[in-house]
Design a protein around this ligand. Structure first.
Ligand SMILES: [Zn+2]
Ligand SMILES: [Zn+2]
Length: 200
């Protein structure tokens, strides 16, 4: 069996969070209930992720020999706080039915992801002994992130109204992101726009 690393498990978590965020973006112009549902799921999974990370980080305090990490800890905690603040703002906007923009959150999250994946977790994997590493990996896996919301939520095609699963909906590059299409409608639009362009 392949040896697991903290980096690999955490990368899996980051991927799941980004997948839910992508799903959330596709729901931005669906009805409020759908949007709320996917946002709540997203928020909860992200909180689980940050909680897990903080637990991992704090176990480092138990290891005298890990002193070099001590300086990173406050920085990571501050980042987590910023991420949560950004999400709370989004939450307020959804509640007030205001237009949501996920760019700010995405920027923060990508920064967080890059720092952890490029330096923090690889370093942990390198310096921790097998035993504490295994302990940490098992703990992380106990708090499994769940992105099944992506399969369970239904959105509707802006053209024909057909109910779709999130990954079956498409945004058109040349049309406002408000519109989400099923594959059939998406293909028809493509033909029309292409024809129009040929005439110009
Ligand atoms: Zn993370
Ligand atoms: Zn359709």
């Amino acid at each position: 069996m392949k040896k697991e690393s903290i980096l690999n498990v955490m990368m899996g978590d980051h991927e799941k969070i980004i997948a839910i965020l992508d799903g959330f973006k596709k729901c931005l112009t669906q009805d409020r209930i759908t949007l709320q549902k996917i946002f709540d799921a997203f928020f909860w999974e992200l909180e689980k992720h940050l909680f897990t990370e903080e637990k991992v980080i704090f176990t480092l305090y138990d290891h005298e020999e890990q002193k070099e990490f001590y300086s990173i800890i406050p920085q990571l905690m501050k980042e987590h706080e910023k991420i949560l603040d950004e999400l709370k703002q989004l939450k307020r906007k959804i509640k007030l039915n205001k237009e949501c923009n996920t760019e700010g959150f995405m920027d923060l999250f990508i920064k967080h992801k890059n720092f952890e994946e490029e330096s923090f977790y690889p370093k942990l994997d390198q310096t921790l002994d097998e035993k504490p590493k295994e302990f940490i990996i098992n703990r992380i896996k106990e708090i499994k992130l769940d992105n099944s919301i992506l399969k369970n939520i239904k959105v509707s095609c802006s053209e024909c109204g057909k109910k779709l699963r999130i990954f079956e909906g498409y945004h058109h590059l040349k049309l406002d992101k408000r519109w989400l299409f099923c594959k059939a409608c998406y293909n028809k639009i493509d033909e029309k726009t292409l024809k129009k362009e040929a005439l110009v």
